[in-house]
Design a protein around this ligand. Structure first.
Ligand code: CO
Length: 330
């Protein structure tokens, strides 16, 4: 039986040390607000309310049972990346949360798995830390879709991806630090508008720069949230590649040629959108991902795939676990 695997979920420890006191400046923190509830803080500000599933693996397992999820892969909440901090501090932060993630997984090592984080402002330190973390038990690494002004086609980030490809360390790319926040002060617009665009930007930066021509075939890389706006806009991008030389100058093939070089999760919340995504990516390259335990995640994990009328049972089994088993060597 193929297990049901949720490849995109987050953790946030409730015993996070006072990083602002340790390092100075504004760092993520946490405080309990009520039984089973808490507030993620950033410096002195409240950032986001969360509930116990972020830090309590027993509750996570209960909710996995409720939704018939066999294995869940968790990664840090992107707020914890610290890419804008001094590299040594970001490395300490990464090691702290990487070790904390493995501790959560100890509750049920067969069912709870983790992806590490890396201080991407320092590529050498990142390569060392992901290799350390994978030896310690992490399945792969989650990275932000950009590091300040640098997109994924940045030479240093390419070096990091090459390292992951050579070491066979799977990579999940998560959007964060969204563009144009001054124009999106309300309604969670950065999550609704900028996040899908951030992911599109990181996929196209790899495609149009020709980076996939240089990255090893062994690189397994997956983009969160169904690849953002990529699938829906691929026709537009292909048309631009065919008709404008400045679009294709570094990219020898049409963008649609590269869909076999990466994966996406399934977090698109709509049956037609998922059908389009699977059509564009191929049924081998979409994996169940929920964004649990956040309000913008799939509330009944796996239900979109399970209830879809677009796929036969074999395809559903690939999407809900078979592809993840291969991608993460489960
Ligand atoms: Co997420």
């Amino acid at each position: 039986m193929t297990p049901v695997v949720d490849i995109h979920s987050h953790f946030y420890p409730d015993n996070i040390p006072d990083l602002s006191a340790r390092f100075g400046g504004e760092w993520p923190g946490f405080r309990h607000t009520a039984p089973g509830k808490g507030m993620i803080t950033l410096g002195n500000r409240d950032y986001r309310p969360v509930y116990e599933a972020c830090w309590n693996p027993a509750l996570r397992l209960e909710e996995m049972d409720r939704d018939a999820i066999d294995i869940q892969i968790m990664c840090a909440t992107p707020l914890l990346f610290a890419y804008e901090k001094p590299a040594q501090q970001a490395l300490e932060c990464a090691m702290l949360f990487n070790d904390a993630a493995l501790e959560l997984c100890q509750r049920s090592p067969e069912r709870l798995k983790a992806l590490c984080q890396a201080p991407l402002q320092d590529i050498d330190a990142s390569c060392r830390e992901v290799s350390r973390a994978v030896r310690a038990g992490h399945l792969g690494v989650q990275i932000g879709n950009h590091v300040g002004p640098r997109n994924l086609d940045d030479e240093g980030l390419i070096t990091f991806l090459q390292h992951c490809g050579e070491q066979r360390i799977p990579v999940l790319v998560h959007p964060w630090d969204m563009m144009a926040p001054e124009r999106m002060p309300k309604y969670m617009l950065p999550w609704l508008v900028a996040m899908p665009a951030e992911t599109q930007l990181s996929i196209l930066s790899l495609v149009l720069s020709g980076a996939f021509e240089r990255l090893p075939d062994t690189l397994r890389i997956c983009f969160a949230h169904g690849g953002g706006s990529f699938a829906f806009l691929l026709g537009r991008v292909d048309n631009a590649w065919h008709n404008r030389d400045i679009v294709r100058e570094d990219c020898p093939h049409p963008p649609s040629h590269y869909t076999n070089r990466f994966y996406t999760d399934s977090a698109v919340f709509d049956e037609n959108a998922l059908a389009l995504l699977v059509n564009v990516m191929g049924e081998e390259r979409v994996m169940l991902g929920s964004d649990y335990p956040f309000p913008l995640g799939e509330q009944k994990i796996g239900s979109l795939i399970k209830n879809s009328n677009s796929f036969n049972s074999e395809t559903k089994s690939r999407l809900s676990g078979g592809n993840a088993v291969k991608f993460f060597d489960l």
